[in-house]
Design a protein. Structure first.
Length: 219
């Protein structure tokens, strides 16, 4: 296990099942766990681009098995106990309580082989909310870079999620990936705790979160 403190962010390289017992309760858990659909293997095996756009640059995805199994029920219960608020992408894949509020990200993909939208389960007491944000090949909204993780979310989507928990000052993401939730937290001046077990993604997350804090200091 490795721990990095970068300004208002504390990042752990390790398995969240080992790290979570060391962390006290936070204000909100905002995360995108593995769904168990082996998406990295599907992408690595694809003969076309992963973005559904022949003009888009291929991602360098190597099948690692990180998404072969979904988050199990014990881990789900532990994560639900960690924060007053929870926002969990792929909530339709997990054993979660009924919810009044789902956050729906419309990816504006058009006609391709990928889903038109992604669903985030929440425990928020508000109606369903929807954000339209294109995330498809070279025409991604704002031209945002992808950072090597096959299920990276757009920064605007994660900032939108955090806008639904405005009173949450400490955000936890037990499945850090390439760090987009952490970057969103830094941009919104929140404290952040992230956990990632894959070293290559952890290093990307550290760099991105450090860059976000550097930009905050400059501006």
């Amino acid at each position: 296990m490795r721990k990095e403190i970068i300004g208002d962010a504390v990042l752990y390289l390790g398995d969240c099942r080992d790290v979570l017992p060391m962390i006290g309760k936070v204000d909100a858990v905002v995360t995108d766990p593995p769904y168990g659909i082996s998406i990295d293997r599907q992408m690595a095996a694809s003969s076309g681009t992963i973005y559904g756009n022949a003009k888009a640059k291929k991602g360098n995805y190597v099948a690692s098995g990180w998404d072969d199994s979904p988050m199990d029920d014990d881990n789900t219960k532990k994560i639900l106990s960690m924060g007053d608020y929870q926002i969990i992408f792929g909530g339709n894949y997990f054993n979660l309580p009924p919810s009044r509020c789902w956050l729906i990200w419309d990816k504006e993909n058009g006609s391709n082989n990928f889903a038109d939208a992604e669903l985030a389960w929440t425990n928020l007491d508000k109606p369903v909310r929807l954000l339209r944000h294109m995330w498809n090949g070279m025409i991604r909204k704002g031209g945002e870079d992808r950072n090597g993780h096959p299920t990276q979310k757009p920064l605007a989507v994660m900032e939108w999620c955090l806008s639904h928990v405005p009173d949450a000052q400490t955000i936890l993401d037990p499945f850090l990936g390439s760090g987009t939730t952490g970057v969103a937290a830094m941009n919104l001046k929140r404290k952040f705790i992230g956990i990632e077990r894959e070293e290559k993604y952890f290093e990307i997350a550290c760099r991105r979160i450090e860059d976000a804090q550097r930009q905050e200091v400059l501006f």
